[in-house]
Write a protein that binds this ligand. Sequence first.
Ligand code: ZN
Length: 241
Amino acid sequence: MKVNLFSSARRTSYRQEMIIGVAGDEVTLNITASQRRTMRLQVTEEGSVDLRIPLNSSRNEVLRFVKLHEPWLHERLEQVRERLQKRGDALLLYGKERPYVASALGEFLVTDEQVWVPEGWTDAQREKAVEQWLRQEARHEFSYWINHWWPDFSAFAPQQPVLRVKKMKTRWGSLSRKGYINLNLHLLALPHELVELVVVHELCHLRHFDHGPGFRRLLAECLPDWQQREKELHRRGQLLL
Ligand SMILES: [Zn+2]
């Protein structure tokens, strides 16, 4: 990518975008250079990152300044993200946002395009209904993938593991030796092929308890593109977990 960033000495001000990494996330910096003496970093209410710099700043000076403030920036972005998620204008389902729409008919209904919410409901009412719906949907979706893949794994266990849907903060799923497969309710925010990846990953643990070469070979036999999916899971997961 070739841009004439920080190259013009004659202009009195200019704007420029720059992409940087913050704690593994790609973040776009909106840079405004003008006649000023100091740099100033700011995160707006909507989560965009503005950086004001003196006209003669070099690229290295900018990077150094941002690096110095990276912990602050990371924390601030997390706060904004949480607040935006709570405000929740839309339900993120299978990788697609479905906006909440007031229903004059008074029904709660999740469709492919939107989520109908009875007019006059409080946020708490809506949240409760959404969670109830999600739990039901999760059982449906997760069971589908477990049943779909079970023939490939039935030789490794006396019986099909029992599904438990959980809200977890740090992991997508786990497999207990007592015969349970625990899957995170938040998986429903991800596209189906990533839900499938997590289910197959956990089923592979029926055969291999670690993530060693045997585990990876089995996973690759089932899902030849598992590495691509895993990358995508990490990319999206950072926004969700
Ligand atoms: Zn694992």
